[in-house]
Design a protein around this ligand. Structure first.
Ligand SMILES: [Zn+2]
Length: 387
């Protein structure tokens, strides 16, 4: 087995004699050992979600978790009298996680066997190993991103948001307005890069170009005054959605070249893709340039094709595209043969004569003014000048 083990994305805890010492319904008092508390806090900081599957009275057990000061660390607690295999499955489904990314820890061999029998993909651990979990490779992500460290609070905000949406009876637009959505578009810096990488990998169905840019590709382009690497995050009154999009734009004299546009499928229902395209089109209009977007049809990016068409992009010819084709030919000649994205096999242009767009009604956009930086060498300054 030379392959690294699949990372655990959620650990499901039993309570009695696993998370705490003692049995809630029999003992006067249960104790949370310090090494278990440390494990919970550390896994949380690594972006590993934690849930509870316990056979107990729900309110009694939850109050105990609150009294021990750890209730906030858990999502989707399943405390009741049904089989734990069912609880584990409900937790995985509620998080939209594959069972092979879920682990379960319990002191009772019979409970572990029951879960393993129904869900052989779930990794089951004996409670005796609890304090050692943080040392195992399956609980040790290589990189802990900003979003990973606050993943749990993003999920908790997501559950509150969904619950409120289900209760909301007015039109969808009114609900979106009630969220106070703010989209922040910013020039990517080093700290953003791992989030960008995570996003382009995870959201291939929303990658409009079907062209993959590696961490190194994007890192090199951040410093390039001819290119703009932008990250997009979304926040609402429930909390942050985290990094939800990435754009790569190449500047040319008469046309801006949208080389990468990827958005998270988590924010499709907020219309994030359309807001982003409209913002970019408005910036191009202000600069007096056309826009050309790379597009390669895959079996998973049909939604982005529709978004382009809806925004007004067409496959009509334009003189400005010749400028892009010659620039690409130069770049290809320079690039390593192995560089990702080199060559334009199967990539078409979608073109648009940019016009100003009305501001979105459901999202406030907080973004820098775009445009190539004058040849002073100070690329990527704050761009805070009046919009
Ligand atoms: Zn044009």
């Amino acid at each position: 087995m030379s392959d690294a083990p699949t990372l655990v994305k959620c650990l499901v805890w039993d309570l009695d004699n696993t998370l705490w010492r003692g049995t809630l319904l029999e003992d006067h008092e249960v104790v949370l050992p310090e090494e278990i508390r440390r494990t919970i806090v550390e896994l949380d900081a690594r972006g590993i979600l934690q849930a509870v599957a316990s056979k107990n009275d729900h309110d009694h057990a939850w109050q105990q978790l609150e009294a021990l000061g750890v209730a906030e660390y858990f999502v989707l607690p399943r405390i009741g009298w049904h089989p734990k295999s069912r609880s584990v499955k409900e937790i995985a489904d509620g998080l939209n996680f594959a069972l092979k990314t879920v682990a379960f820890i319990d002191d009772q061999p019979a409970e572990r066997a029951e879960v393993a029998h129904h869900h052989p993909e779930v990794r089951c651990f004996d409670a005796a190993l609890a304090a050692e979990l943080t040392g195992l490779p399956e609980f040790s992500p290589a990189v802990v991103t900003v979003d990973a460290a606050r993943r749990r609070s993003m999920y908790q905000a997501g559950f509150r948001r969904t619950a409120e949406r289900e209760e909301f009876t007015g039109p969808d637009e009114a609900f979106l307005r009630s969220l106070d959505l703010v989209m922040e578009i910013k020039r990517a810096d080093d700290a953003d890069l791992s989030r960008v990488e995570e996003l382009t990998l995870r959201t291939s169905q929303m990658n409009a170009t079907g062209v993959y840019y590696s961490d190194a590709d994007l890192r090199a382009l951040i410093a390039d005054p001819e290119h703009e690497v932008l990250t997009v995050s979304l926040t609402d009154r429930f909390g942050p959605h985290g990094a939800v999009g990435v754009l790569l734009v190449g500047y040319h004299e008469r046309v801006w070249h949208l080389k990468l546009l990827a958005t998270s499928c988590r924010v499709v229902s907020f219309g994030a893709g359309a807001v982003l395209l409209d913002w970019l089109i408005g910036e191009a209009a202000a600069a007096g340039v056309h826009l050309a977007a790379d597009f390669r049809r895959t079996d998973r990016n049909r939604m982005m094709e529709i978004a382009y068409r809806f925004a007004g992009f067409t496959d009509a010819a334009c003189d400005c595209l010749a400028e892009l084709r010659s620039a690409d030919a130069d770049a290809d000649a320079d690039a390593d043969a192995g560089a990702a994205g080199s060559g334009r096999a199967g990539i078409e242009f979608r073109h648009l004569v940019a016009d100003r767009r009305p501001a979105p009604t459901t999202v406030r956009v907080d973004a820098p003014a775009l445009g190539p930086v004058a040849s002073t060498g100070s690329a990527g300054s704050t761009g805070g000048a009046g919009a």
